[in-house]
Design a binder for this molecule. Structure first.
Ligand code: PRX
Length: 662
């Protein structure tokens, strides 16, 4: 990869060797002195009982800090009160419509205690599952931490998901309680959430009670007597203190659903002890948090980034953070920069898709504001292209702030490959996430599971268990094994730092350069990343074929200059149905309703046949090449070669129609 902006080879090499020393030393110790290294890290948290053993490894199942007892809510709240942070602001919250709220650590502690008692009163016990379907209001982290306080397992569902997506997640987790709101604001409009929640509840059997947060001032919210309760009314009567429940380090803290290569979302289960240690350590290593930081992670808590680096990480470090509930460009494209200036944000963490969107608006919007308080910037969710990296670095960071490009996944709990400003900041290269963090043994391998040469693309794998790794998939250990641990078998060409050997498959393409820097290159499986959000093509396809007019569907991602990838669908209609613009519009609405607005398709093509292998598998690779104008590659296994021509023609026709419209 050519890289004009990187320092010259020789100086870079020298710097890497110099700065990388401490990082390498730390990395080495994390494997060679496993017990001591992780004990040292874990001692930064407060435990009721110390662990007996740091790691119990029965591949692919790992138990971290076995025998230890800990509570997440105690660590993020009570501990900070004891450290003298009672009156420090924990959350500066701002709503899109301009409303603001400030919660000190003491106020947050009080709310969490009270809501924990509310949960108990509603019959929630240790181990029960609670689904949470809320916009970015303070009640969202409060509800999560209240669950953690009593040992209930939270399952947060992104508020942009549809009723049926919510119902699927409630049903899989067998949640007893749903916490939602009357509605939410988006671009100045109040949208109903309770209506969607009610629709979901009509498809579920396990939910006994519903708690409703007042957010959008929606009138005439339907309330089912004996089932639905208003948050504020319950809180008025709640007892002020709730003793935290000592949890086993290996008890689940939460389930978070994520998309995979089949239509059914996966319930990723995270542990209490290992996850908290990982989130604490990774935030410290990557961003080097300071007591006077104003931290702002723009991710919604409905995704893993918000779990780890809004709810848990910053509060574990006693930081002050911003929570913003609204669109990044409402009412004007400088909304974010105005917030950065007003609160004096020091550490800012967002996604490449947002950076590219702001690039498109033009740098004058950022230039209108004093962003000089920023000291460090972060990126997550998809590969950051060097142009976006440079813009972020130059325009937002004024060439002063390092860019912490963090590669990780829902399954990994926290950062895995990232620059480590808190250990040793190696020279950065625009577009590279640099090196793996301590405890992470990452490698790039070929189809046979053997390491590839520098600059050769391969699959990113992890060769050792780490504390933040998921424990399993909720009630589906078989899928956990087959999805993540079965693609590659240990072989002699790989060196395993922790025995017995096992290989975790990330589903990502990557390469290493000649200095060992990692370059992430997108998904290698049938998962697409739309504006950083993870969506399974199989999920979309099953939603399409559930429409009465659709016989077959193939969905692929197409490179998009802002969103990273856009959703493109090829559909075969059932006999008796005609292709039309109206049907296209109807199908777009159908998908928004089946999965949610995050999954809105950009392009739909009606075709007579789809490129399939002789065994009947749709060759998405071929369609992907067609939509992006790339090389078709090997098509010898194709059943019907004319299908490629047809897909190409459909794409050409649409392009022409679009040009004519212009
Ligand atoms: O493809 C990688 C991409 O996001 C995937 C994980 O998605 P999700 O579980 O939704 O978590 C997103 C937030 C952690 C990965 O498999 N990804 C994430 N971060 C990066 C990235 N790709 C390139 N560079 C990154 N920094």
């Amino acid at each position: 990869m050519s890289n004009k902006d990187a320092p010259s080879e020789s100086s870079l090499e020298a710097k890497t060797r110099y700065y990388g020393h401490k990082l390498m030393e730390c990395w080495r110790r994390s494997f060679e002195d496993l017990e001591n290294f992780w004990s040292g890290v874990a001692e930064n948290l407060s435990w009721y009982k110390r662990w007996d053993k740091v790691l119990e490894w029965n591949p692919p199942f790992a138990k971290w800090f076995v025998g230890g007892a800990i509570n997440a809510s105690y660590n993020v709240l009570d501990v900070n009160l004891k450290k003298g942070l009672k009156n420090k602001v924990a959350i500066f919250w701002e709503g899109e419509e301009g409303a603001t709220r400030t919660l000190t650590y003491y106020q947050l502690w009080k709310e969490v205690n009270k809501f924990a008692n509310v949960l108990k009163r509603l019959g929630i016990k240790k181990g029960d599952r609670v689904s949470i379907y809320l916009p970015m209001v303070p009640e969202l982290p409060i509800a999560m931490l209240a669950c953690a306080r009593i040992g209930a397992i939270h399952s947060v569902v992104f508020s942009g998901f549809s009723a049926s997506a919510l119902a699927d997640r409630i049903n899989d987790a067998e949640a007893k309680l749903l916490i939602t709101a009357d509605g939410m604001y988006r671009r100045g409009k109040a949208l109903s959430l309770k209506g969607t929640a009610d629709e979901a509840l009509s498809q579920t059997k396990t939910v006994e009670k519903v708690v409703l947060v007042r957010r959008a001032g929606i009138q005439d919210v339907p309330v089912t007597k004996g089932r639905d309760y208003w948050w504020d009314e319950l809180m008025k009567e709640a007892e002020p203190y709730c003793e935290p429940e000592p949890m086993e380090a290996t008890d689940p803290l939460f389930i978070l659903y994520t998309s995979g290569t089949t239509g059914k979302p996966k319930g990723v289960v995270h542990s209490t002890g290992g996850y908290l240690v990982w989130v604490w350590a990774t935030l410290k290593w990557a961003f080097n948090p300071q007591p006077d930081d104003i931290w702002w992670c723009t991710a919604d808590i409905g995704w893993i980034t918000g779990h780890s680096y809004v709810t848990y990480g910053p509060l574990l470090h006693g930081l002050t953070q911003i929570m913003y509930d609204g669109a990044p460009d409402y009412p004007a494209p400088d909304r974010w920069w105005e917030i950065v200036e007003r609160y004096g944000v020091t550490a800012f963490y967002t996604a490449p898709t947002a950076i590219r969107m702001h690039m498109k608006f033009g740098e004058e919007w950022a230039r209108k504001h004093d962003l000089s308080t920023l000291r460090i910037l972060g990126s997550v969710g998809e590969p950051i292209n060097p142009e976006a990296w440079k813009w972020y670095h130059d325009v937002i960071g004024n060439k002063r702030c390092p860019i912490i490009d963090t590669w990780w996944q829902t399954e990994t709990g926290g950062f895995m490959i990232s620059p480590a400003a808190g250990i040793d900041l190696v020279p950065l290269k625009p577009g590279s996430a640099t090196f793996s963090l301590p405890g992470v043994q990452a490698e790039v391998v070929n189809e046979e599971g053997e390491p590839v040469k520098p600059f050769e693309r391969g699959y990113l794998v992890i060769l050792a268990p780490w504390p933040g790794m998921m424990m399993t998939l909720w009630r589906d250990p078989e899928r956990y094994i087959s999805t993540y641990w079965s693609k590659f078998q240990p072989n002699k060409k790989l060196e395993f730092k922790i025995q017995p050997p096992a290989i975790y498959y990330t589903g990502d393409y990557a390469m290493k350069d000649d200095e060992g820097y990692f370059w992430l290159m997108g998904r290698a499986d049938d998962v697409i990343k739309v504006a950083g959000h993870r969506i399974g093509t199989a999920e979309l396809e099953s939603a399409f074929v559930s429409h009465p007019a659709v016989a077959e569907a193939a969905v692929v991602g197409k490179p998009d200059p802002v969103k990273g990838e856009a959703i493109v669908a090829f559909l075969i209609l059932k006999l008796g149905h005609q292709a039309s613009e109206d049907l296209k519009k109807e199908l777009v609405m159908w998908i928004r309703k089946s999965i949610g607005p995050v999954a809105t398709p950009d392009e739909i093509y009606f075709v007579q046949s789809l490129p399939k292998t002789r065994s009947g598998k749709i060759m998405r690779r071929v369609l992907k090449a067609v939509v992006s104008g790339g090389q078709l590659g090997d098509v010898t296994t194709l059943e019907d070669a004319s299908s490629i021509e047809e897909a190409k023609m459909a794409v050409e026709m649409l392009k022409r129609a679009m040009e004519e419209r212009r």
